[in-house]
Design a protein around this ligand. Structure first.
Ligand SMILES: Cc1cc2nc3c(=O)[nH]c(=O)nc-3n(C[C@H](O)[C@H](O)[C@H](O)COP(=O)(O)O)c2cc1C
Length: 198
């Protein structure tokens, strides 16, 4: 299924085609493709080049690890994300970097890395769905995270599937149009609330 952005201005193809699917095909994802998505994340910009991201990868090839990852999702996401062949937790390493203080931009920068990951996944024909609905304590305990590493989000990754495989309520959401507010609602010029005139 395709749900391209109804963009008001020209976009790179992979950005226009990216969306957050819930239906995944029962087909494994080659590790080389997962590496490619992680490589996109690796080359994200970050404050002071601190690279504060940590990715915990669980693919279905390791059934026990995948089951542990499914268990560490919030219940609402487990319903559909359990079918994704690859689940990845995205964590922020807040450990002191160059300046000697905890990195205040760690959470900001893992978002950029996640953004590049999902765009690369789209360019490869994969579906990638970010999730905040995780059980951070289960991730912390299950993967033995040190205190300064914070689990924040997960990504369900896989080949696009058939929306008919989803429960009715999720299928309706899967097929709903994607919506965005116009730039005028959040792009301002000289004063907050005044749309930029460019
Ligand atoms: C940080 C973050 C957390 C999200 N958490 C969830 C989630 O827990 N469950 C879910 O189904 N979708 C989640 N999403 C997906 C958003 O709902 C989705 O990106 C948004 O509705 C826009 O849809 P689109 O990605 O298809 O354009 C999350 C996305 C982001 C970036």
């Amino acid at each position: 299924m395709e749900k391209p952005a109804t963009a008001d201005f020209p976009l790179l193809d992979a950005i226009a085609r990216r969306w957050s699917p819930r239906a995944f095909a029962d087909r494994p994802v080659d590790a080389a493709l997962v590496r490619s998505c992680l490589e996109a994340a690796r080359w994200a910009p970050s404050a002071m080049n601190g690279q504060p991201w940590v990715f915990l990868v669980a693919s279905r090839q390791d059934a026990n690890l995948h089951a542990r990852a499914v268990d560490a999702l919030a219940e609402g996401n487990r319903r559909w994300a359990a079918a994704a062949p690859v689940l990845i937790f995205v964590c922020a390493n807040t450990a002191p970097a160059l300046g000697g203080k905890p990195n205040p931009y760690a959470r900001h920068d893992i978002g950029i890395a996640l953004g590049l990951f999902v765009v690369q996944a789209t360019a490869l024909g994969l579906g990638a769905h970010p999730m905040a609905g995780i059980r951070p304590e289960a991730v912390r305990a299950g993967w033995g995270l040190p205190e300064h590493v914070e689990p924040w989000t997960a990504i369900a990754l896989g080949w696009p599937g058939d929306p008919a495989s989803l429960p009715d309520d999720l299928r309706v959401r899967e097929e709903a149009p994607r919506e965005r507010q116009p730039q005028a609602a959040f792009v301002f010029g000289g004063r907050y609330g005044e749309p930029w005139k460019g």
